[in-house]
Write a protein of this length. Sequence first.
Length: 220
Amino acid sequence: MRAFRAAARRSVAGVPGSEESKEPKARLFVALDLPDEVRTGIGSWQSKALDDPALRPMRAEALHITLCFLAHRAEREIPKIEAVIRALGPRPVELRFEPEPLAVPKGRPRLYTLSASSDDAVALQAELAEALAAERLYEPEERRFWPHVTVARVRSERLAPERGQRRGKARPKRVRKPPAPLPKALSQPFKAVRFGLYRSNLKPQGAEYVALSGVDLPSP
């Protein structure tokens, strides 16, 4: 009877109405922070290079390089995630942006990014992913890690509804004037200043990122 009750409790966990499903959750990710001068430089470039009306520039304070997107996790797991991050410890992480912004996807882009070359970031991400996965806090992705910063999203437009439907499907607008290349100053190597845990709060005007904790990195 005791085994039967235990099995019944396990079968209920995670389904709507169960205690586990009522747990407070947070949308979390771990990211590298850019130096203020790099963020400011990107912001200045955005004001000139992203003048197509279909583009919505990302705010300078929201610019970051995501290392691991954890999706929705129970809030009680946040201290464990922070402990994993602290255990990795500080180390220098050098990066360099490629001069040409990249459209994602190429055909009808939803966003534009700056790709970053960095063996340091790749090594840190691999170590972080392994440590989080060992604690069952992260499901590693099959695709290869790609260090990048999202600098603009493409606004949506809605197609005419098909017969029998009330609303048409949404799709990204057509970008007539893609972003211009980066200036040489932003293509020079630089060091990340911090990596840490962020909470992402989704809002109609865009996601709001709240820093929860982190590790300061060595910088010049």
